[in-house]
Design a protein around this ligand. Structure first.
Ligand code: HEC
Ligand SMILES: [Cu+2]
Length: 338
């Protein structure tokens, strides 16, 4: 990102609407808020404790031996006694590590199968995440909603016990990882992977693509907005609403519809039906553009459409070479898509 551009993004950030809850913008693996996340942290802590004790014993013995048997001026320079074949010692250092590995294996296997075998109950929310180079498509088939990069889910409660995600890829292998909400799961073409989360806390949680997937891999940020159930349902209702069709912006809309934007983007209920890029039906309900790259303000939106390649070099949206007047018009139309 160019330095000048960064200033623009920072200045714009100050004019953004209030955040949707407490932002946990440092993804902390030590503060999980879901059942799978807590269980994973528990086995990680156990493994760390066991290996930590082993480390302290081995390192302690090593230091003791280094000091105790160091070379001294009055050494007799004789070879020390050579000991061969102590059955007891050999049995101990074979059996003990096997036991330790076995315990860790069993505990891990139990957690993995417990997390993976959980079946969605009837009141679980289901969503599908599709990894793209370099953004996340989010679908809620039951509600007929498609959005991008900002996953809204309800906090665990009687109405929605948990959220079950199906993970798919449109192109290469990605990996979906929201450290505080659970494990890391590969997103692989031609395969459906599953994962679930039952967040006990509201707020905004951050995650990233965790599998190198091309030049903009590092800019595949995902935000998860965990909301109280009624707020979540309100969000669903507003996303289900048809795209705003402001009569005073008809010429701007017609211009947008005449451009090749419509081959890659959808605005539900209009001729824009492309699915290669993010769904724009309710573009303005998202806080950020281009998978967390820049705050979604009018100025940034215009900059993005003007030349996505300066903001996210290598991204799959071409510089559309619009004139300044066309840029203003398209920005005005898209800004109306609340
Ligand atoms: C070749 C397909 C293609 C065309 C044509 C195209 N886009 Fe895109 N667009 C994309 C892709 C892919 C992304 C996602 C980029 C990313 O985040 O890496 C995107 C992202 C966007 C975003 C940001 C969406 C979000 O939620 O982050 C906006 C806004 C947008 N495009 C508007 C337009 C407009 C306006 C036009 C026409 C002038 C246009 N696009 C033409 C593929 C396209
Ligand atoms: Cu990726």
């Amino acid at each position: 990102m160019k330095a000048g551009y960064l200033t623009l993004a920072l200045a714009a950030a100050q004019t953004l609407p209030a955040a949707d809850g407490k932002e946990h913008n440092i993804a902390n693996i030590f503060k999980p808020v879901t059942t799978p996340g807590t269980q994973i942290l528990d086995i990680a802590t156990l493994a760390l404790a066991v290996t930590g004790v082993i480390f302290v014993i081995v390192a302690g013995l090593l230091i003791y031996i280094l000091v105790r048997f160091r070379r001294r001026p009055d050494d007799d320079r004789q070879e020390p006694p050579q000991v061969y074949g102590s059955t007891q010692i050999e049995a101990a250092w074979t059996v003990l590590p096997i036991l330790i590995v076995f315990v860790l294996l069993m505990v891990t296997a139990r957690v993995i199968s417990g997390v993976e075998d959980a079946k969605p109950r009837s009141n679980a929310l289901k969503a599908t995440i599709v990894g793209h180079q370099w953004w996340w498509e989010i679908q809620y088939p039951k509600y007929g909603i498609v959005t991008a990069n900002e996953l809204h889910i309800p906090v665990a409660g009687p109405q929605h016990l948990a959220t079950f995600l199906t993970l798919e890829s449109a192109d290469v292998a990605h990996s979906f990882w929201i450290p505080q909400l659970g494990g890391k799961m590969d997103v692989i073409p031609n395969r459906n992977n599953k994962m679930w989360m039952d967040p006990k806390e509201t707020g905004v949680f951050f995650g990233n693509c965790a599998e190198y997937c091309g030049t903009q891999h590092a800019n595949m940020l995902i935000r998860v907005i965990v909301q109280p159930n009624d707020e979540f349902m309100k969000w669903v209702a507003s996303e289900q609403a048809p795209a705003v069709n402001d009569a005073s912006l008809a010429p701007q809309r017609e211009l947008f519809e005449s451009l090749s934007c419509v081959n890659c983007h959808t605005v539900r209920g209009t001729p824009a039906k492309g699915t290669f890029g993010p769904d724009l039906t309710h573009l303005m309900s998202r806080r950020m553009l281009a998978s967390g790259m820049i705050p979604n303000t009018r100025e940034n939106l215009r900059e993005w459409i003007k030349d996505p390649q300066t903001i996210k070099p290598g991204c799959q949206m071409p510089d559309m070479q619009l004139t300044s007047a066309q840029l203003d018009a398209v920005t005005a139309y898209l800004s109306s898509l609340k």
